[in-house]
Design a protein around this ligand. Structure first.
Ligand code: SAH
Length: 358
């Protein structure tokens, strides 16, 4: 199901007002005090945005009318627009978001039992060049600002009825979150804050291609987010073919950095493995993978490939998936085969944008 939407809650492209979601609470408090307003107004404004889901200052009825006017002259709340939206029968919703400069990114809401998880982008495009992924086919345009990351979360929260709240966040949309770590961490601070979305760090996962220096920075940040490392191959030769940044980094330094993250955060690591038919789905690959993960307290998340038009990769057959799974399970690996939720709406990384460009 595809709709094109004329939306009232977006600012015109040449809007010179600041994006309020880019501002920290401290910056807003300073601005309020410069305007002669009391500091508690800041908390009220954030609560209107994150809790009451306000999209315009006019909705903030417990603020003085003069303040509402001053805010609307100085700021916009939503800066992007929804270029396209798709809903799949299992309740998955995917948004293609057009940013103020015309760049396009994707984000997804997944409904699963009581869970209301969102998958959020961190960059326009991606520089990592994973050969099977739609997001990086044209390289990276730029990092997203903190407000642009937060706006995806708010737009997805608005898809839920008022009594439902977002429960989980995964930084698994377009881009490499650890290549934009500062803005990602700032936006997640707001996601965790009781005045923000109030989602605990334990329910937030950062997924990375595996950049050891940035993983160490994340360890020092000392907020126990879950870390998922996209492995995709059990040896250097194959990984360098599928994940080109591996040529400069190598598999072992990625595993070492992941081990250090586990030691500092105490959070069980996840390794992700996209299963590509005839490429990395052999019994030998499964056995090598089991040997690599032995002794590591990790969850292996195997994701059958979601085909991307124009790329020569395929989803493995059910029989191949079964053999791969049995080999891992009999070696004692803690493995989970992810359901392909939302695959009918191009819900894998970068696919919706690609589809539209075609
Ligand atoms: N750059 C980060 C996060 C974005 S990708 C990372 O590499 O982890 C999120 C996950 O989706 C990665 O594991 C990625 O390999 C996987 N992915 C990308 N394209 C896919 C596709 N077509 N089918 C299945 N999984 C895909």
């Amino acid at each position: 199901m595809i709709h094109s939407l004329p939306l009232a809650d977006q600012s015109p492209p040449d809007d010179a007002r600041d994006h309020l979601l880019d501002w920290t609470p401290q910056q807003l408090t300073t601005w309020l005090s410069d305007c002669g307003e009391r500091a508690f107004r800041g908390k009220q404004i954030w609560q209107w945005i994150y809790r009451q889901r306000a999209v315009e200052f006019g909705e903030m009825t417990d603020l003085p009318a003069s303040l509402r006017r001053a805010l609307a002259e100085r700021f916009v709340i939503f800066r992007s627009s929804i270029a396209k939206e798709e809903t799949s029968p299992d309740g998955t919703e995917k948004l293609l978001i057009r940013l103020a400069d015309g760049g396009e990114i994707e984000c997804v809401l997944l409904r699963d039992g009581d869970r209301r998880s969102i998958c959020v982008s961190s960059q326009v495009g991606c520089a990592m060049g994973c050969v099977f992924c739609a997001s990086g086919l044209d390289g990276v345009d730029r990092n997203l600002r903190r407000g642009e990351i937060l706006e995806q979360m708010l737009r997805l929260q608005r898809r839920l009825p008022a009594e439902q709240r977002l429960s989980h966040i995964v930084m698994m949309g377009m881009g490499e979150p650890l290549a934009n770590l500062e803005n990602v961490l700032q936006s997640l601070d707001v996601a965790r804050s009781p005045d923000g979305l109030g989602i605990s760090a334990r329910r937030i996962t950062i997924s990375t291609v595996g950049l050891p220096v940035a993983i160490d920075r994340l360890s020092r940040h000392a907020v126990p987010y879950n870390l998922a490392v996209s492995l995709h191959a059990p040896n250097n030769e194959l990984r360098s073919r599928l994940v080109p940044v591996n040529r400069k980094i190598g598999l072992q330094p990625v595993l070492d950095a992941a081990d250090r993250y586990f030691q500092s955060s105490g959070r069980r690591l996840t390794f992700e493995y996209v299963l590509l038919g005839g490429v990395n789905d052999s019994k030998t690959c499964a056995a090598q993978l089991a040997a690599l993960l032995r002794g590591r307290p990790v969850l292996l998340n195997v994701i059958p490939y979601n085909p991307v038009a124009g790329l020569p990769y395929q989803t493995p057959s059910d029989a191949q998936i079964k053999t791969f799974r049995q080999t891992l399970e009999s070696a004692g690996v803690n493995v989970q085969f992810r359901q392909r939720k939302g695959s009918e709406i191009n819900a894998a990384c970068g696919q919706l944008r690609r589809h539209r460009e075609d």
